[in-house]
Design a protein around this ligand. Structure first.
Ligand SMILES: N[C@@H](CCC(=O)N[C@@H](CS)C(=O)NCC(=O)O)C(=O)O
Length: 323
């Protein structure tokens, strides 16, 4: 794990010392948008028109943020239009790699060894973390975006004319409600598990775990009276929650010490993740080998032996019993 400083790779862990042992996530820096006509999106430059074969998606199958983009690629039938490279689950001194011997598909575009080389290809003197997912533009040879929440919005609508798929996971009428629940889920759950897992002081850890489990209780209640996070419409908010919940019992519960309960202990949440897991084409985006291997093997300051646990053994194909 490390970061680029003016284009040079440095192998450093997150700095929690200056922040009372608390993990603080940095904002993604590369924030352009693919749009149907190539006009500028809410941020960044124009010139990224939705075209078949023009964009390439770099992901880790372990990463919950990258996982969102893989799900949207399936839901919106973009497989024929956007190809993918998968990094190795092992993220050690070089950060994300394309080492085929340890589970990467290889870098389909440039046959590079390391993800940080893609960032310096985009900007030679780049400074910042080298994260996945990344959406790359083959035409301008630039990174369009390294922010998953925005990549899924592009996938949701920009390519509709190409695919003919007009399913909408961010419908106009529900946007305020979706934004509100996203905000809650992001801070308390998606990033909440990381705040617990990467905390380096007891108080910081306990604070994060309390907030996380209070939030899970609230979601369990919410799903007792409605099918999805925003009423009875499945939206992006559900997919954003799903990628954290599906990793919870396998890695966050043990590795990140989020162990007051498992998701399996919450009847509504347990049924809900099964329903989403069983959604057409979604199960094939879930790879528990990459998920467990990445966290337990890469975070050597949390798990120095790098031993990956065998369990838990959970059947997500069981009936979800949600009507
Ligand atoms: N805001 C980003 C966060 C992505 C992110 O943090 N990805 C993790 C993998 S789960 C990563 O690449 N971490 C490497 C690092 O922080 O150095 C997004 O949602 O796309």
């Amino acid at each position: 794990m490390g970061r680029l400083i003016e284009g040079k790779w440095h192998d450093v862990w997150y700095d929690t010392k200056s922040n009372q042992g608390k993990f603080k996530r940095e904002d993604a820096q590369l924030r352009n948008w693919v749009t149907a006509d190539g006009s500028a999106g809410p941020t960044g430059d124009s010139g990224f028109k939705a075209e078949s074969g023009r964009y390439h998606l770099y992901v880790s199958l372990a990463c919950p943020w990258a996982h969102r983009t893989l799900i949207f690629r399936k839901l919106k039938q973009l497989e024929a239009h956007i190809d993918v490279s998968v990094v190795s689950p092992d993220m050690l001194e070089h950060g994300w790699t394309f080492d085929k011997a340890t589970g990467s598909s290889g870098d389909a575009l440039f046959e590079q060894s390391y993800m940080h080389q893609l960032y310096t290809r985009n900007k030679a003197d780049y400074s910042g973390r080298v994260t996945v997912p990344v959406l790359w533009d083959k035409q301008t040879q630039r990174i369009v975006s390294n922010e998953s929440s925005e990549i899924i919005r592009m996938f949701n609508s920009a390519f509709n004319e190409l695919t003919g798929n007009t399913d909408d996971y961010y419908p106009e009428a529900l946007r305020q409600d979706i934004n509100d629940i996203n905000e809650f889920v992001y801070h308390k759950i998606n990033n909440g598990v990381y705040k617990a897992g990467f905390a380096t002081e007891q108080a910081a850890y306990e604070e994060a775990v309390q907030a996380l489990f209070e939030a899970l209780e609230q979601l369990e209640q919410r799903l007792s009276t409605q099918r999805y996070l925003v009423g009875d419409t499945l939206t992006e908010a559900d997919w954003r929650l799903f990628t954290t919940l599906i990793r919870f019992d396998s890695v966050y519960h043990g590795h990140f010490k989020c162990n007051l309960k498992q998701i399996e202990d919450y009847p509504n949440l347990a049924g809900y993740i099964r329903e989403l897991y069983q959604w057409p084409n979604v199960a094939e985006t879930v790879d528990f080998y990459h998920i467990k291997r990445h966290y337990y093997f890469s975070h050597t300051m949390i798990n120095p032996t790098q031993v990956v646990p065998v369990g838990p053994d959970i059947d997500y194909t069981q009936p979800h019993n949600r009507g």
